[in-house]
Design a protein around this ligand. Sequence first.
Ligand SMILES: Cc1ncc(COP(=O)(O)O)c(C=O)c1O
Length: 381
Amino acid sequence: MEQRRYVPGRDEGEGTKRVVALSAGTAAVHLALIACGVKAGDEVLVQSYTFCASSHPITYLGAKPVFVGSEKDTWNMDPVLLEKAILDRKAKTGKYPKAIVPVALYGMPYQIDKIMAIAEKYGIPVIEDAAEGMGSRFNGQVLGTFGKYGVLSFNGNKMITTSGGGALICRNEKDANEIMWYATQARDAYPYYQHTAIGYNYRMSNVCAGIGRGQMKVLDAHIAHHKHVQALYEELLKDVSGVHIHKQPADPRYDANFWLCAATLDPEVRIQGQENAYKEVIKTAVGGAAGVIHQVDSATTDCQPNENVEALRVFMLGKKIEARPTWKPMHKQPVYAGAPVYTNGIEEELFKVGFCLPAGPYVTDEDVRYIVDTIKGAIER
Ligand SMILES: Cc1ncc(COP(=O)(O)O)c(C=O)c1O
């Protein structure tokens, strides 16, 4: 009989994977951590440059996030820093961290071959946060299928949506059953409700699932569209000095979905209105906060995008274009003050110069041209 080659993440054979639909990607991260045995006092290694949903569920369990810095090329978890962090945590606490959470930032694949090799060397499970990377591939294999678990999100802004929702990719039926058990209040098999564990109400609703079944039909078209928009930005921005679109590495194994098109602005570029950047305290809601305004009393923090980047955001908003800052690194968030971090400072530098451009399914070629012309018009010559 032909010997099957061992492939990390496929070690239970082709076709054994199961996907559990859930109420949110955040719920998927939470349940994956539980299934990896994360408990109060444990440490979990997580990429710092990410949305808070990658790390917050670690704290729901009373565990501690240990933040890992990014590499320049992908903006994702640096495998060298990852191994350094594993060894240092073992030396300092006597224990290995309980899980590793790399994040496909803006859909860009992480160096999963290196991350899996390190994870296997130290016997630590990987939870891939592919919430932004649905359909992105590394070496032909989709993200979320390498690790022990893979997180997807169907939030309104994601590659496809169920209005709100998420999923956890599991390696086999047994793991999927356990996740679904936790997602349905952990009910034991009696005629009445009997509980031997604390569960959650994290199941995806049937109405959302119905929307999701329809959305699955447009996933490939959405991915193709996002790639097209990225290629157009790359083409149109190539001669704009001081503006650099974030490209995937030239290595053919990378195949990003380009969920969001991210770019950087050199610090010396002057933008119209820059003198007014950060002069006023924001009084409106921040993106995706359902209109909730949590008042603050200062216009600045100790780690923020450069003034020219903020001025560009404001300039573009004035032209009805929503450009957003990149994710503020988690180790720079006040709520994580004092958390251990292993970094070369790359994500902090990228946060200062980075911004995200519109890239959704409704962004037309004409829109991209208008956006690029607006960027050019914002630059003081
Ligand atoms: C990197 C990352 N992880 C997790 C999530 C959580 O997904 P959800 O909003 O579906 O809870 C998101 C998106 O919102 C995300 O961007």
